[in-house]
Design a protein around this ligand. Structure first.
Ligand code: NAG
Ligand code: NAG
Ligand code: NAG
Ligand code: NAG
Length: 188
């Protein structure tokens, strides 16, 4: 009996040592999945310049990265946003909602990454009052990025989803950008 137990223990330890990957995946059969899907397409206007910027710096580190030019000079900077969402990429295009929240320049390397904590709310049509929430990295140097959507309100209650985004326009000097969003939202 004791030997059997020891053998099992040894086997268990051995399996754990061999299997040192930090993850395991398997296929499961889910029940009770969201049964609705909504596709959204809009443009997010991230404007840092002009008389009424919608993206503003609210905090930044008090040290520069002069000692390490390989580091991003933006690292640690926190922005607050109330960015309009428009149907099209033109400044005159209809506003359909706004994105409110924060993003922080979160990578120490030269490749700027913004980690976003943003709620995207709609103000027009059937989606008026509904919103979805993004909590995700946004590696801005990559042409097309995927953002994780972690929940929502109104029609998007219990949402689970992702957004694919790409810059339609970007001024790297000022930070002004017009970003195209395709969002696929699974909800109830
Ligand atoms: C940053 O803050 C520290 C602590 O308050 C202060 O000693 C230092 O002088 C500041 N550095 C700059 C560049 O302002
Ligand atoms: C959206 O909802 C708000 C609050 O219920 C309401 O005041 C506003 O008129 C609505 N807008 C549209 C375009 O339906
Ligand atoms: C969004 O979808 C449209 C239509 O399928 C496509 O033309 C466009 O390239 C997509 N944009 C992004 C950023 O995925
Ligand atoms: C970016 O903004 C700067 C400062 O306003 C301006 O001089 C430059 O022409 C702009 N570049 C583009 C591509 O719009």
């Amino acid at each position: 009996m004791k030997n059997k137990f020891t053998l099992i223990l040894v086997l268990f330890l051995y399996i754990n040592l061999v299997n040192c990957d930090y993850y395991q995946s398997k296929t499961i059969v889910p029940h009770d999945l969201p049964n609705k899907v909504t596709h959204l397409h809009f443009y997010y206007f991230d404007i840092h310049t002009g008389n009424n910027p919608s993206a503003v710096i609210v905090a930044r580190p008090n040290q520069t990265n002069e000692k390490n030019p390989k580091k991003s000079s933006l690292y640690g900077t926190v922005f607050a946003i109330d960015n309009p969402l428009r149907e099209g990429p033109e400044e005159t295009s209809n506003v359909v909602g706004n994105a409110q929240g924060l993003y922080v320049s979160s990578s120490q390397s030269e490749d700027v990454t913004l980690t976003m904590y943003v709620d995207y709310a709609f103000t027009s049509g059937e989606l008026n009052g509904s919103s979805f929430s993004v909590l995700s990295r946004n590696p801005v140097r990559e042409p097309t990025r995927e953002l994780a959507v972690v929940g929502g309100r109104g029609k998007f209650r219990m949402a689970t989803s992702f957004a694919l985004i790409r810059a339609h326009f970007l001024n790297v000097t000022t930070g002004d950008g017009i970003i195209e969003y395709n969002v696929t939202i699974f909800h109830y």
